[in-house]
Design a protein around this ligand. Sequence first.
Ligand code: F6R
Length: 260
Amino acid sequence: MEVIILPGSKEIGALAADSIESLIRAKPDAVIGLATGSSPLPIYDELARRHDGDGLNFSQVRGFALDEYVGLPVGHYESYREVIRREFTNRVDVAPENVHGPDGSTGDVPGACQDYEDAIAAAGGIDLQILGVGTNGHIGFNEPGSSLASRTRIKTLAEQTRQDNARFFDHLDQVPHHVVTQGLGTIMDARHVVLVAFGAGKADAVRDFVEGPVTASCPASVLQFHPRATIIIDEAAAAKLAGARTYRHAFANKPAWQGV
Ligand code: F6R
């Protein structure tokens, strides 16, 4: 696990975008795992800027959403399919047919989840998975207690998560109780995971998953087992890390050829 501490969200977005840009330049049809929520927005802003300003080409890129609410009508403004369209794919030249999401509106949720796993495998697996982290340590919507080996499936949102996400809706009552999410095993299959977090509200979760025990009680801690996990956070999110000095030293002395 590589922990990189940067001054703020703009720098975090730029560094994560560097990683995505170098992947796409080496592999134009790269498969990217797309998170939603507020954390990835600086990445999407920066990628859109590089598309407009530098001609970064996404025309062959394929995308797989990390999760989706169950029960929101198709086309709902806060459905993650719509959020990804609005915040990222509509702003670059990703072909709409190359963007996939787990289906939260079907009558056959287990079948749709298996189809989603099959679609990721058929695409050759995810090259780079963008992640945020919940205040309770979830990644995707793998809430505390999730199997560390789980695959795409339905989950019940923790009340903490519903309250955290109520800011995207008019009222807490409108936040669905259920989601379909890539499992922790699905996320662990990605060849590179890039998790971004900023703000003091994430400091406990960051401390717990970076330096605490690997446990289903803190689902993001499974990333300690990932061979290539890049954790990019700001000073506030890093405030409770005992090893912050070591992480800063390692990044400052990182061989340039290693890239992000
Ligand atoms: C979103 C997702 C969640 C969020 C997490 C943090 O697709 O999978 O794990 O990344 O809830 O949300 P924000 O970024 O809004 O703090």
